[in-house]
Design a protein around this ligand. Structure first.
Ligand SMILES: *Cc1c(COP(=O)(O)O)cnc(C)c1O
Length: 373
């Protein structure tokens, strides 16, 4: 096999071990969140590695993601939590995918799907405890629970869980956190009072899994931590970043002092210098905001993107250091040997590591290490 120009190398053993670390931190079951193509790492490989690490559940945003897991032969419990009216939920029910409902109309759609599929729909009722995103408000909660209780009595749904999501778990101690935990407890009590007392209560994302045992309940839903990135500083939870984005210098050359580099000449060489062309750009998910700030490692040294990140390429100014076409360039990885991380890219470009890894484009091949390969 020839040398790959560019690849996102995914360490499946790191994903497996990260899940094992998360498991060791809680008596709750772990639902590894593998939405968005496993946060860019590959849906099915990430799911299998997470299951190998001891995840009992998988979580996704959309039904198509859940069905792709089933098509791959994955039989573990899967929760899919975001749907718009009119989706083919019967396909999900038939494939034994758990679904979420945050409004009575969603319960009605699940009941209809159950009739089509010829089996009850497994539902997790979502309470909005303060994120004001999905889920029923406390005011609307009794109506949702009542609709679910009626559908359950009719044999059309099985209420499996009550769940919610944090707004601010990445800021441990933030006052909204205790407020959301309390609101969640109240919602569970209200449901119990209406005769709905499902076995699974779940609230914790990665940040709460790592920092807030009081929110673990029966199941935790870590996503970013599965991939070895931390939502909360300082980042030392024993997690290993699973993705390394690497490329190869496509051209190296000397240019004189005063050379304008890349579109708009945002960088002008202060002296005669060496430039290295890296064949990766914003179409590959390298943020254009990485212009003049994105870190890279080349021959063991750290440099910064010189000038604009283009659609397919960017330039590195290496000064008088040696560089040749074909040299490896690492944009981010596990951060060993002083190499940059996705967190470094996030900080340099004013975003979060989640966005860095999930937006690595379809043009970048994922190659896998470990995981029994
Ligand atoms: C994405 C998501 C998660 C995982 O969040 P992380 O911060 O990546 O751990 C958990 N629950 C829900 C509802 C989500 O949308």
């Amino acid at each position: 096999m020839g040398h790959m120009r560019t690849e996102a190398v995914v360490d499946l053993d790191a994903i497996r071990d990260n899940v094992a670390v998360l498991r060791s931190r809680t008596p709750a079951e772990v639902m590894a969140v593998v939405k968005a193509d496993g946060y860019g790492h590959g849906l099915v490989p990430a799911a299998r590695a997470a299951l190998a690490g001891g995840a009992g559940w998988l979580g996704v945003a959309f039904l198509e993601e859940a069905l792709a897991l089933r098509r791959a032969g994955i039989t573990a419990p899967v929760l899919s939590w975001l749907a718009a009216p009119g989706e083919d939920l019967a396909a999900g029910v038939a494939a034994d995918v758990d679904l979420s409902a945050g409004a009575p109309w969603a319960v009605a759609e699940l009941a209809a799907a159950a009739r089509d599929a010829g089996r009850p729909a497994r539902v997790h009722l979502k309470i909005d405890t303060g994120l004001s995103r999905g889920g029923a408000t406390a005011a609307d909660w009794p109506e949702l629970v009542t609709a679910a209780a009626l559908a359950a009595a009719a044999g059309e749904v099985e209420v499996v869980g009550i769940w919610s999501h944090f707004a601010y778990a990445d800021a441990p101690g933030h006052p909204t956190i205790a407020g959301q935990v309390a609101a969640f407890g109240e919602a569970v009590e209200v449901a119990r009072g209406l005769g709905v007392d499902p076995p699974l209560r779940h609230l914790a994302n990665s940040a709460a899994t790592l920092t807030l045992p009081a929110a673990h309940f029966d199941l935790v839903r870590p996503g970013i931590a599965v991939y070895g990135l931390s939502p909360v500083p300082p980042a030392d939870f024993g997690l290993t970043p699973a993705m390394t984005l690497r490329s190869s210098v496509a051209l190296a050359k000397r240019v004189p002092a005063g050379s304008g580099v890349s579109y708009g000449h945002v960088h002008v060489t202060p002296t005669g210098t060496g430039l290295a062309l890296v064949p990766l750009g914003y179409a590959d998910g390298v943020p254009r905001a990485g212009t003049s700030v994105g870190p890279v490692q080349l021959r063991g040294r750290r440099y910064t993107v010189a000038g604009r990140v283009c659609m397919d390429q960017f330039v590195v100014d290496v000064g008088d250091d040696p560089v040749e076409a074909g040299d490896e360039v690492v944009l981010f990885g596990p951060g060993r040997d002083g190499g940059p991380t996705a967190q470094d890219w996030a900080e340099a470009t004013g975003t979060i590591s989640y966005e860095i890894v999930t937006r690595i484009g379809a043009r970048v091949p994922r190659t896998y290490r470990g995981g029994g390969r």
